[in-house]
Design a binder for this molecule. Structure first.
Ligand code: TXA
Ligand code: MG
Length: 324
């Protein structure tokens, strides 16, 4: 496994070129996006994409997101481009919004779990965009973690889970947004399939007819949108969203706290930012840190319940689901 460290804001093309060539040649490359680190492969190469599923231990029924560097490149990924897609792209791309559209025949079925639709986005992270541009191919990339685990927001998180399975990691430090992109289906009635830091309310400024997001998902539907699997984004430790009083009862080395104030009497505690953007940026790092410390339980102080915290609540709830 090769690691290259590049500047997050101004990555040198020379430094990135070997990783871009590796992508083109069918290798798997972990790289930063503004949301989380992705595990990329050439989206036109079914064999390379197969290696992503293998590396993650991801079931083949879970479709991947295809990343492109510019609007011109979207036409190689989708076969329909409705007006509303154009409007959304103009407002939110490059950025943390994935659009699900009818798939172009150039994209092999393995990428989309044999669905007739494909998720596509233009990331805004300078490293992601430069890498994809240099590779010259669309890049299929799920989050660079093992299946069901917490997404990585640093190269260290990636290596903790996947160092033996991948060919390259491009490291440019922590990511900016910290939660995965909002996923919006434009096939049929527009629907949000996964909440993200671009909120439903913000999307409604462009798509007033957008349906509210449905949290309750029946079995089977989950397969077409795995971000909706009830337990997802979960650390090893058991997560409890607790009343602050609960923290006192749990003051032991096996317990970590992700909260808004320090623990009295010590104990492992991560004090989180009180604004939603800052909180989202640090949440996964806090969960990774608690796992790393060997915690059995993570107690999370409940954040505010206003609209801006909706995606954060979504991930916290999923992290509390027990495996069953
Ligand atoms: O922010 C992100 O989206 C990150 C970075 C790397 O771009 N990627 C990511 O990928 O989170 P992944 O594979 O962990 O999640 C992909 C999500 C799935 O949960 C699924 O809901 C949705 O994208 N998705 C992809 N293709 C789809 C399709 N054809 N139909 C429905 N949902 C799809
Ligand atoms: Mg993921």
């Amino acid at each position: 496994m090769k690691r290259i460290v590049v500047d997050a804001n101004d990555p040198s093309s020379e430094d990135l070129m070997p990783a871009a060539e590796a992508l083109r040649e069918g290798q798997v490359v972990a790289f930063p996006t503004e949301t989380v680190y992705g595990l990329g492969a050439n989206a036109l190469d079914a064999k390379a994409v197969g290696r992503i599923f293998e590396a993650k231990g991801r079931p083949p029924t879970n479709p991947l997101i295809v990343h492109v560097a510019s609007l011109d490149d979207v036409s190689s990924v989708v076969r329909e481009w409705p007006d509303c897609a154009q409007q959304l792209a103009e407002r939110f791309w490059p950025g943390p919004l994935t659009l699900v559209l009818r798939k172009n025949a150039l994209i092999p079925g393995i990428v989309t779990a044999e669905l007739d639709t494909v998720g596509v986005r233009i990331p805004r992270h300078p490293v992601a965009r430069r890498l994809i541009e240099l590779a010259g191919v669309p890049v299929a990339a799920p989050s660079a973690n093992r299946y069901m685990g917490v997404s990585p927001t640093t190269a260290e998180h990636v290596l903790k889970g996947l160092s033996n399975e991948i060919d390259w990691v491009v490291d440019s430090g922590p990511t900016e947004v910290g939660l995965e992109s909002t996923v919006l289906s434009l096939v049929g009635r527009p629907r949000v399939l996964r909440l993200g830091m671009i909120s439903v309310d913000t999307l409604k400024e462009v798509l007033p007819e957008l349906d509210p997001y449905y949290d309750e998902v029946t079995e089977g539907v989950a397969a077409s949108s795995p971000g909706q699997a009830r337990r997802h984004y979960a650390p090893e430790a058991k997560v409890i969203i607790g009343d602050p009083e609960l923290r006192k009862a749990f003051n032991s080395p096996r317990v970590g706290v992700v909260g808004f104030s320090r623990l009295e009497g010590g104990g492992l505690c991560r004090v989180m930012p009180t604004d939603p953007d800052g909180y989202a940026r640090e949440l996964y790092d806090a969960l990774h840190m608690m796992d790393e410390a060997g915690c059995e339980y993570i107690i999370v102080d409940p954040p505010p319940t206003t609209a801006k915290w909706q995606a954060i609540w979504d991930r916290l709830r999923r992290a509390t689901e027990s495996e069953s």
